[in-house]
Design a protein around this ligand. Structure first.
Ligand SMILES: Nc1ncnc2c1ncn2[C@@H]1O[C@H](COP(=O)(O)OP(=O)(O)OP(=O)(O)O)[C@@H](O)[C@H]1O
Length: 350
């Protein structure tokens, strides 16, 4: 057995990030990612996903807590960590006059042992666009180029910040396949996403962030299992909830009604649905608009965000209306400066 499988490639302990003006965007975050895992960071808008990922990428120093990537501090030991990681930022910021091939070549010059340019463009489905200028690419094609550059150095750890935003359905599926193949080869992937389906499809484990904290973490199945399944239907005139068999005996943990509509919540979906349908058949009742639904990650997400809002509300300092600079370009409390894609490229060129 490969003992490295159990190695924590990413370790985050009590991580904090404070922006100029004192706004604490990341408020004590803990998680780890094992070698070869795909880990998804989900969260509401402004939850602190990008702010967290930038700390893992070594683009800024934390205001508190600890980050280790491949056993090193990604900020103070950037020279050690950077060659072993691939980074796809939310906004790449490429020189727009260069062609796709020129951009890839320029980037490859910064990477030791870079994959051949044609191979990497083929991987992301941009093989036919190598002579196209960056400014002529669609938004989705730019995301693919971002991904190609992140893959150039065959990284051990890949950070993908919203990798499929702006991609069409086919592009999204292609990216999922590619990430799956990279995982199979042993690459560790940390991604942020707003697409719950993406997390369900790709992630071995995930964390849901809200207002700078992790509200819950686990496998997609574990997080989903925190929510009950639902059965809803309409009772015909003359029938009421009290006419159903005792709900507790059906394995129903809660219910509500609205007009003729009844909604049941249960953690024993099969038992509750069977008992309900048996009752309906026995009494000759037609359950109109019958809808039987397993708990989903989406429901878990919405519930967690709502609960976390309710409990975090009081202690939450007012959020800035807008960022004080580009998402990745503002001063941190520690006086360090995070970096945009363009700046990374300049750094690389120097
Ligand atoms: N440069 C900055 N200066 C001040 N505040 C910032 C800066 N960048 C982000 N923030 C604030 O930090 C919080 C977290 O932002 P962040 O971009 O990390 O969230 P996110 O979870 O990635 O959001 P989204 O899903 O909308 O991309 C937000 O309230 C945001 O306004």
């Amino acid at each position: 057995m490969d003992t490295r499988e159990h190695e924590h490639v990413i370790e985050v302990t009590d991580l904090r990030r404070v922006y100029g003006g004192g706004f604490e965007a990341v408020r004590g975050v803990d998680f780890h990612v094992r070698r070869g895992e795909v880990f998804a960071l989900l969260g509401t808008n402004g939850a602190g996903k990008t702010s967290t990922v930038e700390l893992l990428e070594g683009l800024a120093a934390p205001a508190g807590g600890r980050v280790r990537v491949l056993g090193h501090d990604p900020y103070t030991e950037r020279a050690v960590v950077r060659p072993r990681t691939g980074v796809m930022l939310q906004e790449g910021g490429f020189p727009s006059e260069l062609t796709v091939a020129e951009t890839t070549r320029m980037w490859a010059g910064c990477v030791s042992g870079a994959r051949p340019e044609a191979e990497v463009l083929e991987l992301v489905g941009l093989g036919a666009k190598s002579r196209t200028r960056v400014k002529q690419l669609s938004g989705g094609q730019r995301r693919r180029l971002d991904l190609a550059l992140a893959l150039l150095g065959s990284p051990e750890v890949l950070f993908l910040d919203e990798p499929t935003t702006g991609l069409d359905a086919e592009g999204r599926r292609d990216t999922w396949e590619l990430v799956g193949a990279l995982r199979d080869e042993g690459t560790t992937v940390l991604l942020t996403t707003h697409y719950l389906e993406e997390a369900e499809n790709l992630a071995d484990r995930l964390a849901i962030m809200h207002e700078g904290r992790i509200a819950t973490t686990g496998t997609p199945a574990e997080v989903t299992a925190t929510q009950p399944s639902r059965i809803s239907f309409e009772l015909p005139e003359g029938y009421f909830v009290g006419d159903l068999p005792p709900l507790a005996e059906l394995g129903v943990s809660g219910h509500d009604t609205e007009g003729r509509t009844v909604r049941l919540r249960t953690r024993e979906l099969q038992r509750a649905a069977t008992a309900l349908l048996t009752w309906a058949a026995r009494t000759g009742v037609e359950l109109r608009r019958l809808d039987v639904r397993s708990a989903s990650l989406e429901e878990a997400f919405l519930r967690i965000a709502k609960e976390a809002s309710a409990t975090a509300g009081e202690n939450t300092p007012a959020r800035p209306r807008e960022r004080t600079g580009a998402g990745t370009g503002a001063k941190t409390a520690t006086g360090t400066k995070a970096t945009t894609g363009t700046e990374i490229q300049k750094e690389c060129a120097e």
